[in-house]
Design a protein around this ligand. Structure first.
Ligand SMILES: [Zn+2]
Ligand SMILES: [Zn+2]
Length: 168
């Protein structure tokens, strides 16, 4: 697995650290994304300033959830996107940031964006999950069962990041 440059948040108001971390092992059904474009969301600013809804975060973690990239590696058996269109390494893709549970009331109704138990492994912080895997990082890992959609050629890459949040 490649190493990736990772922008690490440590505590509110402090400059980010830049670290080289390994990418997660790709499980069967997983896709490793090489990020190409990202934007900074208002909620990233709240976390960095420590003035969001919850208590200020102090764990080392990777911020960013509005981004896009190209397929770096496909696990064995994955050769299409979530709409069954052919998918290969180098293709540009869009994907939701949060991983839906596929079991709650909203998921069963197909409202994955409203999943009650949506998660990302990297939300636990880098002390428990020390990988290059996030929006403000060089790579992002789509775990098995996650969605990925090939981006139409006519769409510029800098128009994609906000489909993860502001445009959803
Ligand atoms: Zn956002
Ligand atoms: Zn759910």
């Amino acid at each position: 697995m490649p190493q990736g440059l990772t922008t690490v948040f440590t505590e509110p108001g402090k400059p980010f650290d830049l670290e080289s971390l390994p990418t997660p092992d790709i499980e069967e059904g997983g896709i490793l994304i090489k990020n190409t474009d990202a934007v900074i969301c208002g909620s990233d600013l709240h976390v960095w300033r420590g003035d969001g809804d919850g208590p200020p975060l102090s764990q080392r973690r990777i911020l960013g959830h509005e981004f896009t990239g190209v397929v770096h590696s496909l696990s064995k058996g994955i050769d299409t996107d979530s709409l069954r269109r052919p998918l290969k390494e180098g293709d540009r893709v869009a994907f939701p940031f949060f991983f839906p549970c596929h079991r709650c009331y909203h998921c069963i109704r197909g409202e994955h964006h409203s999943c009650t138990f949506r998660s990302r492994r990297n939300m636990v912080g880098l002390d428990k999950y020390p990988y290059c895997n996030g929006g403000m990082a060089e790579y992002f890992y789509l775990q098995p069962g996650h969605y990925a959609y090939k981006v139409p050629d006519e769409l510029p890459s800098d128009a994609i990041p906000s489909v993860n949040c502001a445009l959803a």
